[in-house]
Design a protein around this ligand. Structure first.
Ligand code: FAD
Length: 383
């Protein structure tokens, strides 16, 4: 793998860095306290092309490779994980899946809006009774003539409150386990679909997370994405790429923790000198730095494998597992460097830690990533 960035990749990273400085950084504390980002940020992300990365221009996308996507995701994660998550879901899980698996009609209907930021997408897999064991989901889609009628509840859906379309997974045949699951594109204004915002999250507080309830939601049969009964594989391939995006966001968190810790250690004086001059503070900082580099390299490797058309799913699980745990460690170490000031939200470390914590839980917990890696190594499924 060539670790040197191309001119285009360097330029897109600079663009993302400038965007974060201008549009995100000044608002981070306010959005976190208000439990809501300013929604105009979505249109701005679309205007600058960040919601269309890796998508063909024909459908409104801005092209680029997966490494460029990682670089932008890292910068957004460095600025605010809530904003990063909006992109990772609307582009990463929804638009990219429509681009890869959707019919021509579905691409033309949804992609221009999703890539421009006119529309927002969400990904409806988790249910109250099925999280890690998503293959046993119970939402049902029953065929009636040329339509499906869907009933069920989806839990913890990122962007759920404001999304215009949900990529929804429901059981449409009697085949057992994940074999009976199909994917549907359901407009959220369809009668029978209601949503409830979930408040009181530890982190990602600016992000709209919702419970979606579907009661006799009727969609045309053409809303099915991909083949009947193949929905679980649609979900799993979306999540395999999604995990790279989460990992890149975690690199951003760890980098932000490093930047903040180094800056503060140079300014804060104790025992007559900057705390940067105390060996145990340097240990905290160097531990963060090693986590940043290792997480970044694992994440870039996934992007490189995808761009070269190689298998990447297990590598993506490794990157997500390591980067999410590294981001928690890095933010916690940065908080320690800040001492008591790290514990209040005028300083960045506390929010970085709260935001990092969920990364070890969603898109597959750390335990689930270990089972994916273990299965690949031993040939034995231990789920
Ligand atoms: P459970 O599956 O009940 O797990 C509980 C514990 O048991 C965990 O420690 C887990 O690792 C462990 N465990 C479970 N099974 C095993 C096993 N076989 N071996 C060992 N340990 C095991 N979902 C979506 O579909 N779309 C979204 O946009 C989305 N966004 C989210 C945003 C947030 C802020 C949060 C918190 C969650 C989001 N989720 C989303 C849901 C998320 O993916 C699930 O929470 C996650 O998959 C875990 O499921 P669970 O919470 O039901 O935990």
């Amino acid at each position: 793998m060539n670790l040197e960035l191309s001119e285009e990749q360097t330029a897109v990273r600079r663009l993302a860095r400038d965007f974060v400085e201008r549009e995100i950084a000044p608002n981070v504390v306010e959005w976190d306290r208000a439990e809501d980002v300013d929604r105009s940020i979505v249109k701005k992300l679309g205007e600058v092309g960040f919601l269309g990365l890796t998508i063909d221009e024909e459908y409104g996308g801005s092209g680029g490779d997966h490494l460029a996507y990682c670089l932008v995701t890292e910068e957004l994660g460095r600025g605010d994980s809530s904003v990063r998550g909006i992109v990772s879901v609307s582009l990463g899980l929804v638009a990219k899946t429509i681009a890869a698996r959707g019919s021509e009609e579905q691409k033309r209907r949804w992609l221009p809006g999703l890539t421009s930021g006119e529309l927002v997408g969400c990904f409806g897999l988790t249910e109250p009774g099925t999280g890690s064991d998503a293959g046993h989901l119970t939402t049902r889609a029953v065929r009636e003539g040329d339509a499906y009628v869907i009933n069920g509840t989806k839990m913890f859906i990122t962007n759920g409150t404001w999304a215009d379309v949900v990529l929804l997974f429901a059981r449409s045949t009697d085949a057992p386990g994940h074999k009976g699951v199909s994917a549907f594109l359901v407009p959220t204004d369809t009668p029978g679909l209601t949503r409830r915002t979930i408040h009181g999250k530890l982190g990602l507080r600016g992000q709209a997370t919702a419970e979606l309830v579907l009661e006799d939601v009727r969609v045309p049969a053409t809303a099915m994405l991909g083949e009947e009964g193949k929905g679980f594989s649609v979900a799993m391939s979306a999540l395999a790429k999604g995990r790279m995006s989460v990992a890149a966001g975690c690199v951003g968190i760890a980098q932000a923790a490093l930047d903040a810790a180094v800056r503060y250690a140079g300014e804060r004086e104790q025992f007559g000198k900057p705390i940067a001059g105390h060996q145990l503070v340097q240990e905290l900082i160097s531990d963060i730095a090693v986590d940043v580099d290792a997480a970044r390299l694992l994440t870039w490797r996934v992007a490189d494998l995808i761009d070269r058309g190689q298998p990447f799913a297990v590598e993506s699980s490794k990157a997500k597992l390591f980067a999410s745990e590294a981001a928690v460690r890095a933010a916690n170490n940065a908080l320690q460097v800040f001492g008591g000031y790290g514990y209040i939200d005028e300083y960045p470390a506390g929010k970085l830690l709260r935001d990092a914590r969920v990364m070890t839980l969603y898109e597959g917990t750390s335990q689930i990533q270990k089972l994916v890696i273990g299965r690949a190594l031993t040939g034995v499924s231990a789920f």
